[in-house]
Write a protein that binds this ligand. Structure first.
Ligand SMILES: Nc1ncnc2c1ncn2[C@@H]1O[C@H](COP(=O)(O)OP(=O)(O)O)[C@@H](O)[C@H]1O
Ligand SMILES: [Mg+2]
Length: 175
């Protein structure tokens, strides 16, 4: 899914893990970028994504995130879907599949929404409501936003939304 002349991103045991959830693990692959590496098509992914390939799930999330970004939503800019090489200690014994599908996106440095307190929490909650109303207006569906999937940047008073694995939109139904 990428031209041969672009070097593959390699994630090794020293690459920091920024978060994880039901659909994938998010690694900080540089100071500016993250790679969300989708779980293999195991039981959890099958329930969440209806048995779909990680590539399909990744592309849908990419399109939703791109639409939101273009509409001026506070979401990390999505850069693309790529195959990355994931080197885990167990892969040495052939137990792990190293070629994995990942969504590459802008890295946001801030505080996870569910770790906020006091005034920052109040500000974040205000922004949370405001942007969710906007998302409704733009006809996004399946919105399962929760504070855990937000990142607050206090210096900018900006609340980023991440994780669009469950979101949909009439324009991407057919994907
Ligand atoms: N662009 C990003 N920059 C920094 N941290 C991120 C970024 N995207 C996701 N994360 C962190 O990784 C966590 C897991 O990513 P997420 O997309 O929610 O995976 P899942 O779909 O498996 O829940 C998020 O809750 C967030 O804390
Ligand atoms: Mg999540």
């Amino acid at each position: 899914m990428q031209p041969d002349n672009i070097e593959k991103i390699v994630i090794d045991p020293f690459t920091p893990v920024l978060g994880y959830g039901g659909q994938g693990v998010v690694y900080g692959v540089s100071d500016d970028a993250v790679a969300k590496v989708y779980h293999l098509n195991g039981p959890i992914t099958r329930i969440l994504a209806g048995g779909e390939d990680p590539e399909r799930v990744a592309m849908r999330e990419y399109y939703i995130q791109k639409m939101l970004h273009q509409a001026g939503f506070p979401v990390p800019e999505p850069y693309g879907v790529e195959e990355v090489t994931l080197i885990r200690p167990s892969s040495l014994f052939g137990l792990y599949k190293p070629d994995r599908t990942a969504l590459i996106a802008e890295r946001i440095n801030g505080v996870k929404g569910n770790a906020l307190s006091g005034e920052n929490l109040e500000r974040a909650l205000h922004l949370f409501d405001k942007w969710l109303k906007e998302a409704w207006k733009l006809e996004f569906t399946g919105i399962d936003a929760r504070l855990e999937d937000t990142i607050y940047v206090p210096s900018e008073n900006k609340l980023y939304f991440v994780d669009f694995g469950m979101w949909s939109h009439p324009s991407v139904y057919s994907l």
